[in-house]
Design a protein around this ligand. Structure first.
Ligand code: IPM
Ligand code: MG
Length: 367
């Protein structure tokens, strides 16, 4: 049997820096655990625009469709801010999500014990936090038609459309319930059924799908209240099910509870391919961080944890994912801190590459 294949798309800003550290981890798994991957690399975002004039070349899109998993760093940066909307770096990312039909975006927000003090919230509110946001990723206002900027009388009007079919809601909801079955068996569905018809349908379909999972406790919340509850008492949640735009916002909010955006991975999953693996792309939740690019300050942990999610969700290697997550936990509890994780205690930060080395050393020590 051939090795599982991974396409690495480092992208822009700190993307390439953090991806270098992921490569060290992939190499370690090959050498120390005999788990080999066929790794290829290509361009996305501004990097692709610079070479091809588009943020994702057709050949790259085709490659992404063929591999077992895509690992993406980050896209965007000030150099590309003034580009036409149709070729902005973000369009490359959105094309991957849409054409691979990656409808289920899993964004865990976990607070590592060693970092509970870094949260902007009080320690007891976030210590031990472990929630999962299931964000619908291929529909809603991100993709709905009509969209555009149109002339209307003597002024322009900007239009985007929030649109969800029952089947789109259903498949996202099913993913949330399946996840909950493997966790603490609670799903909280968030929408704005008080003002939006799409929210009414969302609630109805989530309720109907929930009937297939009698063990899972389903609750509903308006998304604005959800945002408040996330900062008031986040530990009340297990799995949060929500749409594309609310999921974008709520997941940033949840991310910050954990102390640093530099810690959070994500998985975007679609339907199973012929080999049974889901179509999949893994990426850190953080952006390209142009302010610290090229300075060795970026925290590679979110990207490394994204690879751990790939081990778990694409390659059915839950034990190896546990091993990698435990190595990261160990490195943090031993006190290793990149600049984003520094409090007032005056510790010197370590660099991106030192953090990657520390994770590999902890992996080695785990054998
Ligand atoms: C995210 C990002 C993207 C989004 C951007 C970069 C297009 O914010 O993955 O959360 O809005 O989905
Ligand atoms: Mg976002």
């Amino acid at each position: 049997m051939s090795n599982p294949s991974i396409l690495i798309l480092p992208g822009d800003g700190i993307g390439p820096e953090v991806m270098t550290e992921v490569r060290k981890v992939i190499t370690w798994f090959g050498e120390a655990r005999s788990i080999q991957f066929d790794v290829s690399e290509d361009l996305v975002g501004g990097a692709a625009y610079d070479k091809h004039g588009v943020p994702l070349a057709d050949e790259t899109m085709a490659k992404a469709q063929e591999v077992d998993a895509v690992l993406l760093g980050a896209v965007g940066g000030p150099a590309y801010d003034d580009l036409d909307f149709s070729v902005k770096p973000e369009r490359g990312l959105l094309r991957l999500r849409k054409e691979m039909d990656l409808y289920a975006n899993l964004r865990p927000a976990q607070c590592f014990d060693a970092l509970a003090d870094f949260s902007s919230l009080k320690k007891d509110i976030v210590a031990g936090l472990d929630i999962m946001i299931l964000r619908e990723l291929t529909s809603g206002v991100y993709f709905g038609e009509p969209r555009g900027i149109f002339e209307e009388g003597n002024e322009r009007v900007g239009i985007n459309t929030q649109r969800y079919t029952e089947s789109e809601i259903e498949r996202a909801a099913r993913s949330a319930f399946e996840l909950a079955m493997r966790r603490n068996k609670k799903v909280c569905s968030m929408e704005k059924a008080n003002v939006m018809e799409s929210g009414i349908l969302w609630r109805e379909v989530a309720t109907r799908v929930g009937k297939d999972y009698p063990e899972v406790e389903l609750s509903h919340m308006y998304a604005d209240n959800g945002a408040m509850q996330l900062v008031r008492a986040p530990k009340q949640f297990d799995v949060i099910l929500t749409d594309n735009l609310f999921g974008d916002i709520l997941s940033d909010c949840a991310a910050m509870l954990t102390g640093s955006l530099g810690m959070l991975p994500s998985a975007s999953l679609g339907a199973p391919m012929e080999n049974g693996r889901p179509k999949a792309m893994y990426e850190p939740v953080h952006g390209s961080a142009p302010d610290i690019t090229g300075q060795g300050k970026a925290n590679p942990i979110a990207c490394i944890l994204s690879f751990a999610m790939a081990l778990r969700y694409s390659f059915d290697m839950g034990d190896e994912a546990d091993r990698l997550e435990a190595a990261i936990e160990k490195v943090l509890s031993d006190g290793a801190r990149t600049a984003d994780l520094l409090g007032e205690d005056g510790t010197d930060p370590i660099s991106t590459s030192e953090m990657g080395d520390a994770v590999v050393a902890a992996l080695q020590a785990s054998l």
